[in-house]
Design a protein around this ligand. Structure first.
Ligand SMILES: NC(=O)C1=CN([C@@H]2O[C@H](COP(=O)(O)OP(=O)(O)OC[C@H]3O[C@@H](n4cnc5c(N)ncnc54)[C@H](OP(=O)(O)O)[C@@H]3O)[C@@H](O)[C@H]2O)[C@@H](O)CC1
Ligand SMILES: Nc1ncnc2c1ncn2[C@@H]1O[C@H](COP(=O)(O)OP(=O)(O)O)[C@@H](O)[C@H]1O
Ligand SMILES: [K+]
Length: 516
């Protein structure tokens, strides 16, 4: 699913009005009616007090349409105008007149010297104060109103975005944004719903289709894309009856050091379970017995050094190399890494200490093969690109970094974002059960194993991140967040593959639609 920028949403709005020959008030009527339909389907006429807070722009206009429909359908509605500016939008004014014609209970004007209405915990707040038009800090009394919403503990439904949220930068302060229980976002969710600093502003979200011009939506190229089953399904490479292991490549996993051989075992097993034809581990001598005993499917080559990698010497030409897990950054290992990069001809996936060595010796970055996949967690990323101001700044910095070195960067986190060629692929699978030792090693193995089978590095990364999260989502049903181990993610990788072709039941469809 495409994640549109603010400019693209305004353009969709303009083209829809032009091509469908409707007025902007008609489009607002659609938006407000969809909001009403969503609430009506869930409330079924329940007499819960609904407080609709409207700004003075088009987001407020949507709120007025909703309030009018709630009123005419007999709901218990109270409407307020949050008067943060005198510059009302045309369609706001049209709908201000319309609501006055259906109720004697006119909207209450809230200004900075007004005391706020009482809201009980069992009431519902509709937040239509600011939408995507927010372009400067929210004034103090409106922030106080948002605090009042929070203090009420009432369910808060935000229209399009939680008010106070910018689409392209972090808010000045978290309190400047409404804490939405649910956001109904028009046409598509917003990128801010998936970033660590801003995702917290809405617990859940859903998308409302307001009939934007389809031709524009399908042809416009967005910088960010949301990756769910629909997006990865076409990447899948089926196997034929006469397939043999020689067709699925040979992955070489280089890493490990004394006490950290398990990381290599997890990565090798991840590569095999992803479908790599053969897997060889290159590890220090100390890990030989442990790895052979725990993973009989893998082949093992040992370094001359007992405790760390000191000289990467393999006679074969692997289809792909995954390097860095549990590897340490010993000076001997660094030398071996540099010598390896000079000779290496295979596609490369770098993780953990592979990344730490790059960060310490940035000259090595120029030696990476094109489209090397880097999989940093936040701390490793900071070592590579330096500190960032906010999540949007981080994305810009990573885009520039990926472009400069022609690499693919996987920003790992709750919503892992893969960046390549100035595009952002935002993953939707995974859960807090993955916040456990070794889950990143498994991901390295999965991506390596996919490249080995012939997936292009970017395809392997986007697909691998999806499968890794999906396996965890299935496994968590059995283990719960706390007891999920990295090994379980491997155990459920097969289920994640099979799930690609499972017919969605209605519950799955609901979950895919509602970000949770
Ligand atoms: N366009 C579409 O595709 C569709 C849009 N729809 C809906 O419209 C929403 C966007 O509406 P919008 O453009 O009128 O902006 P909105 O968020 O209501 O803000 C109002 C105005 O406030 C101002 N302002 C900004 N920051 C401020 C601040 N801190 N403190 C004080 N004032 C501030 C700023 O005006 P300014 O003063 O800068 O001229 C801004 O224009 C969108 O989210 C969706 O809900 C749907 O109806 C369907 C189709
Ligand atoms: N809260 C979370 N929700 C979803 N995925 C998560 C969460 N926390 C961590 N992950 C995922 O788990 C993996 C952790 O990787 P990493 O920190 O490198 O682990 P390790 O170094 O222990 O192998 C990443 O793929 C990350 O996206
Ligand atoms: K809003």
């Amino acid at each position: 699913m495409k994640l549109f920028s603010k400019e693209q949403i305004y353009e969709a709005d303009r083209l829809t009005i032009e091509r469908q020959n409707i007025s902007s008030a008609d489009l607002m009527e659609r938006a407000g009616t969809q909001l009403f339909n969503w609430m009506h389907a869930r409330m079924q006429g329940a007499q819960v007090p609904v407080h609709v807070f409207c700004g003075i722009g088009n987001n407020g206009g949507d709120g007025l349409v909703l309030a009018r429909h709630l009123t005419t359908h007999g709901y218990h509605v109270k409407t307020y105008i949050v008067n943060y500016s005198d510059k009302r939008s045309k369609d706001f004014l049209i709908n201000y007149d319309r609501i006055k014609s259906v109720t004697k209970d006119w909207p209450v004007l809230l200004t900075d010297d007004e005391s706020f209405p009482e809201i009980n915990p069992k009431d519902i707040i509709v937040d239509a104060v600011f939408g995507i038009g927010l372009n400067r800090p929210v004034v103090a009394w409106v922030v106080a109103l948002f605090d009042h919403f929070r203090a009420s503990k009432a369910f808060t439904l935000s229209v399009d975005v939680p008010s106070g949220l910018y689409l392209d930068k972090a808010p000045e302060h978290t309190n400047n944004v409404v804490s939405a229980s649910f956001t109904l976002s028009f046409a598509a969710p917003k990128l801010a719903f998936f970033l660590p600093q801003t995702a917290q502003h809405t617990v859940q979200w859903d998308v409302l289709d307001i009939g934007f011009d389809q031709e524009y939506l399908s042809s416009v190229d967005t910088e960010a894309e949301l990756i769910a089953k629909h997006e990865v399904l076409f990447l899948f490479k089926p196997r034929t009856k006469f397939s043999h292991k020689g067709q699925f490549g040979h992955s070489l996993i280089i890493g490990g050091s004394y006490g950290k051989i398990g990381a290599v075992t997890l990565a090798c097993k991840g590569a095999l379970s992803a479908g790599s034809g053969l897997v060889t581990a290159y590890i220090p001598k100390c890990g030989y017995t442990a790895l052979q005993a725990s993973l009989p499917e893998a082949m093992v080559i040992t370094d001359t050094d007992k405790n760390c990698i000191s000289n990467i010497n393999v006679a074969m030409q692997p289809s792909v190399v995954g390097l860095g897990v549990g590897m340490g950054t010993d000076s001997k290992t660094l030398k071996a890494f540099e010598a390896f990069l000079k000779e290496n001809k295979s596609p490369l996936v770098l993780d953990a200490d592979g990344l730490n060595m790059l960060a310490q010796h940035t000259a090595l970055l120029k030696m990476l093969p094109a489209q090397t996949v880097l999989t940093p967690h936040p701390k490793e990323l900071e070592r590579l690109i330096g500190v960032w101001k906010d999540d949007f700044d981080k994305l810009e910095k990573v885009k520039a970094f990926a472009h400069t070195y022609n690499v693919i960067v996987v920003i790992k986190g709750a919503h892992t974002i893969t960046i390549s060629n100035n595009k952002l692929y935002v993953n939707t699978t995974g859960n807090p059960g993955l916040a456990t030792a070794g889950s990143g090693d498994v991901l390295t193995g999965i991506i390596t194993g996919l490249i080995s089978q012939g997936y292009a590095p970017l395809e392997a990364t986007v697909f691998g991140v999806y499968l890794h999260g999906k396996a965890a989502d299935i496994a968590v049903g059995k283990y719960g967040y706390q007891s999920l181990l990295a090994s379980h993610v491997i155990d459920y990788l097969g289920a994640a593959y099979l799930d690609l072709f499972k017919k969605p039941d209605s519950q799955d469809r609901e979950q895919e639609k509602e970000g949770s």
